[in-house]
Design a protein around this ligand. Sequence first.
Ligand code: PEP
Length: 265
Amino acid sequence: MRIPIIGGNWKMNKTVKEAVDMVEDLKQRVGNIQDVEIVIFPPFTALKSVGEVVKGTNIGLGAQNMYWEEEGAYTGEISPLMILDIGCRYVILGHSERRQYFKETNEEINKKLKVALSSGITPVVCVGEKIEERRRGKAKKVVEEQIKDCFKEITLEEARRIVIAYEPVWAIGTGETATPEQAEEMHLFIRNLLKDLFGEEISQSLRIQYGGSVKPANIEELMKEKDIDGALVGGASLKADSFAEIIKKTAEISKISSSLRSKNE
Ligand code: PEP
């Protein structure tokens, strides 16, 4: 059974105080949730302070990016060792905003992925097509290329620890969400690709999050789909009330589907 994972990507938002206030509030609201893995991705500047607030709780800490070298003359970059040292156990890699504005390539994401895995950090690897690619009928081809290139030379043991976020670029921050059917179709496509790459068992155990304008009003219908294992949430993760609601609704759906499964066994 795949435990759903809900991530909150805060992007370039919040001062340290705002971040700490938000997470104190979130902790009160979701501290008792057990059926969902919860991770927040604050900006680098707030990681230390937020890390102190979430220490020993059910809320994990992640970075929004990292470089692939451990140290050296790479002005402005942050290494895997540094994010581990500050308490991060997760990292987002290849977010579409990094691909779009900072020209990150699949090859670079692959380098980061290998280092994240060898450092013991859980990577959340983002893939997804642009609107013109979907309109031209190329969505699956683009996602296939991203998965194959980003996952080059990843061993079976390493693959087990990867989380994938399918985030259609046209749905990120736009208020436009993929329909549950559109999302499920791509998630199933990704799972089948994973089966070709890593075999049946790993493909069934890897979690694939959906991302793109997820909010309390649409999380349930998305989570009801068989191959959607949680969400990477941007805008709606910035406020404790909406993010907590998404987490609670995910926990409810997950409870219902596991009790249905045990009844059928
Ligand atoms: C994201 O940042 O990964 C994201 C999905 O953003 P939003 O929820 O705001 O669309």
